[in-house]
Design a protein around this ligand. Structure first.
Ligand SMILES: Cc1cc2nc3c(=O)[nH]c(=O)nc-3n(C[C@H](O)[C@H](O)[C@H](O)COP(=O)(O)OP(=O)(O)OC[C@H]3O[C@@H](n4cnc5c(N)ncnc54)[C@H](O)[C@@H]3O)c2cc1C
Length: 299
C-alpha cells in the first residue's frame, strides 16, 4: 500500500493485487514501534493505511497472482486464477508466509483447530486446552496471549533453546497455565470434525504420548514463497529476492520490497521504506524508458 501511495502520487496507474489487506500485520496485536503512534492496534493501522491508499485512487484487488511472465516488449503479464493483467512495471511485496510443520493432520485440520495466527483465531479457544509449537518470539507471544484465553497452554519446542526476548521468556515461564514441553516434537494431529489430540515424542526420554487438546498454534518461522518469480529474479539461500539500492531485481522493470527481499531485518517501517524506494525506482525506470529526464522532487 505504501508503494501504491507513492506510485499514484507520481501519476502511475496502480493496481494492488493481494491476498489479504495488511499482510502479516493482521497477525500482530498491538504495534508499539510505528512512529507517530505510541501504541496502535494492527487492525486500526491497516485500516488507516488502506483508506489513505484508496484516497489516492489506487485500485485494490483481492486475489492471488499465480504466474508472472515478461513480454517481448518488456512488460509483465500477471495471471490470477480468473484474470490476466498487463503492467509496465511490477513491485513484488509478497512478504513471508508461515512455515508448515509438515506432520499428518496439519493440512486436514487447518481452520478446524490448526492455526498459524493466535491473534486471529485465539478467541475461539476460550477455556480450552491448546498447544503452541515453536520457540521464537512469535511462539512465545502466542503462548503468552493464549494463556489469558485458554485454560491450558502447552508450549512445545523441539530442543528447548528458546530464541526469544528474555522478558517474554520470563513472563511465559511464570504463567501458571503454561506448561513448557522441551525436547518434544509433534508427530501427528488428529480428531473427528475438529482437532482433538496430538501425538508428541520426547526425544530425551524416547517416549511418545497423546495430548488431548482443542487447538494447535503453529509458530515455527516464516518463509519467502518466491517460486513464481524464480526465472525473473536472483534469490538468496532463503529464497528471498535480492535487490539493489533502488529496489531493482535482476529483471528491468521488476522491483521488490519488504520482507520478501534479502534485507536482514523484517519490520513494518523497513518494508514501507523499501516500498517507497521501489515505487520511486519504478517511476524512474518508466521515465528513462520514455527517454525523459528523471526529475524528482525530494519531498
Ligand atoms: C505476529 C507478528 C507480529 C509482528 N509485529 C511487528 C511489530 O510490532 N512491528 C513491526 O515493525 N513489525 C512487526 N511484524 C513484522 C511485520 O508484520 C512485517 O515486517 C511486515 O508486515 C512486512 O510487510 P510486507 O508488505 O513486506 O509483507 P507481508 O506483511 O507479509 O505482506 C505480504 C502480502 O502479500 C500477499 N501475497 C503473497 N503472495 C501473493 C501472491 N502470489 N498473490 C497475491 N498476494 C500475495 C500476502 O498474502 C500478504 O498480504 C510482525 C510480524 C508478525 C508475524
Amino acid at each position: 500500500m505504501t508503494a501504491g501511495i507513492y506510485a499514484t502520487r507520481r501519476e502511475m496507474k496502480t493496481l494492488i493485487i493481494g491476498q489479504e489487506v495488511g499482510g502479516q500485520m493482521v497477525w500482530a496485536n498491538e504495534i508499539e514501534n510505528y512512529p507517530g503512534f505510541a501504541k496502535i492496534s494492527s487492525f486500526e493501522l491497516i485500516d488507516k493505511i488502506k483508506q489513505q491508499t484508496l484516497s489516492f485512487g489506487v485500485e485494490m484487488k483481492s486475489d492471488e497472482v499465480k504466474k508472472i511472465e515478461r513480454t517481448a516488449e518488456g512488460n509483465f503479464l500477471l495471471y490470477t486464477a480468473r484474470e490476466t493483467f498487463e503492467a509496465k512495471t511490477v513491485i513484488i511485496a509478497m512478504g513471508l508466509s508461515p512455515r508448515r510443520l509438515a506432520v499428518p493432520g496439519e493440512k486436514e485440520f487447518n481452520g478446524r483447530g490448526v492455526s498459524y495466527c493466535a491473534n486471529c483465531d485465539g478467541p475461539f479457544f476460550r477455556d480450552k486446552a491448546v498447544a503452541v509449537i515453536g520457540g521464537g518470539n512469535s511462539a512465545l507471544d502466542a503462548a503468552e496471549m493464549m494463556s489469558k484465553i485458554a485454560s491450558k497452554v502447552y508450549l512445545i519446542h523441539h530442543n528447548g533453546n528458546f530464541k526469544a526476548f528474555d522478558i517474554l521468556l520470563d513472563e511465559v515461564k511464570n504463567r501458571p497455565n503454561i506448561e513448557m514441553l522441551s525436547h518434544t516434537e509433534v508427530r501427528d494431529i488428529s480428531g473427528a470434525a475438529k482437532v482433538e489430540k496430538i501425538k508428541i515424542f520426547n526425544s530425551e526420554i524416547g517416549v511418545e504420548r497423546e495430548l488431548p487438546i482443542d487447538g494447535v498454534f503453529i509458530e515455527v518461522g516464516r518463509i519467502a514463497s518466491t517460486d513464481l518469480v524464480a526465472d525473473l529474479v536472483k534469490r538468496n539461500e532463503k529464497q528471498q529476492i535480492i535487490i539493489n539500492s533502488k529496489g531493482e531485481t535482476d529483471t528491468p522493470g521488476l522491483f521488490a520490497a519488504g520482507d520478501v527481499t534479502d534485507c536482514e531485518f523484517k519490520q513494518i517501517t523497513i518494508a514501507m521504506g523499501q516500498a517507497t524506494i521501489a515505487a520511486l525506482g519504478a517511476y524512474q525506470y518508466l521515465q528513462l524508458k520514455k527517454g525523459r529526464p528523471f526529475v524528482i522532487k525530494n519531498y
